[in-house]
Design a protein around this ligand. Sequence first.
Ligand SMILES: NC(=O)c1ccc[n+]([C@@H]2O[C@H](COP(=O)([O-])OP(=O)(O)OC[C@H]3O[C@@H](n4cnc5c(N)ncnc54)[C@H](OP(=O)(O)O)[C@@H]3O)[C@@H](O)[C@H]2O)c1
Length: 236
Amino acid sequence: MPTVFVTGANRGLGFEHVRQYSEKNWEIIACSRKPEQSKELLELKDQFPKNISIEKLDVTNFDEITALSEKYHEKPIDILINNAGTLGPKGVPEGMGYQNIEHMDYEIWRDILEVNLLAPFKVATAFYNQIAMSKKKILIMMSSDLGSVQQNNFGGLYSYRASKAGLNILSKGMSIDWKDITVIALAPGWCKTHLGGEEAEVDPDVSVTEQQIMFESISPNDSGKFLDRFGNEVPW
Ligand SMILES: NC(=O)c1ccc[n+]([C@@H]2O[C@H](COP(=O)([O-])OP(=O)(O)OC[C@H]3O[C@@H](n4cnc5c(N)ncnc54)[C@H](OP(=O)(O)O)[C@@H]3O)[C@@H](O)[C@H]2O)c1
């Protein structure tokens, strides 16, 4: 069975990926920064003990990333989903209040860049070998429509937008430097999670079902693209 590696797997879209890949009988390395407090994930592991391995990983802790990569140095990872992400302590809409043109919280901005931009680079480079030795060889960089420069038609959300626009350029660069794997920047849609808020348009389970269908349909020719969950190109 194929193996998927998911960061930020304890809730939201990451948890949903673990749940749906468990039902498909995949092997899942599910990372959470506080495994002992990841109640839903622990319950899911009880249901699928053979499929799920839970690992402690705060993606801003580079020593933890390195140690985990060493632990799994011989493990082919078919799909790595660089999913952990943040809009700051609050989701939409409250989280828009500390990252606009009139009020910018620079401390929160630094945290957002650590989690959304530096950490996915570190995770990707630490696990590149394991992705390259797998069958599917797919690296998913969880981006956002809000990271699209061309689609920015209502302003605001500077910190989050900048982090995801930055993530997009990392994804494109990796697709050039790593010709043997498929790197996708993914816009999952506006989803009802802590980050997306209650007004969001898509239920997380629906988005993830569509994402997983898309992952099966992409080919190496798609590497370096910015895609939505249906596989359509998103303008940079
Ligand atoms: N929801 C949307 O509408 C939407 C739209 C576009 C893109 N996205 C992207 O999709 C991804 C998942 O978001 P979501 O909607 O599922 O948000 P969420 O429900 O808020 O979940 C975020 C996940 O990231 C984890 N995380 C945050 N900081 C971390 C760190 N330092 N180390 C490890 N894990 C960390 C959280 O863990 P804790 O529980 O420990 O905080 C949680 O598991 C993010 O990259 C987000 O930017 C979401």
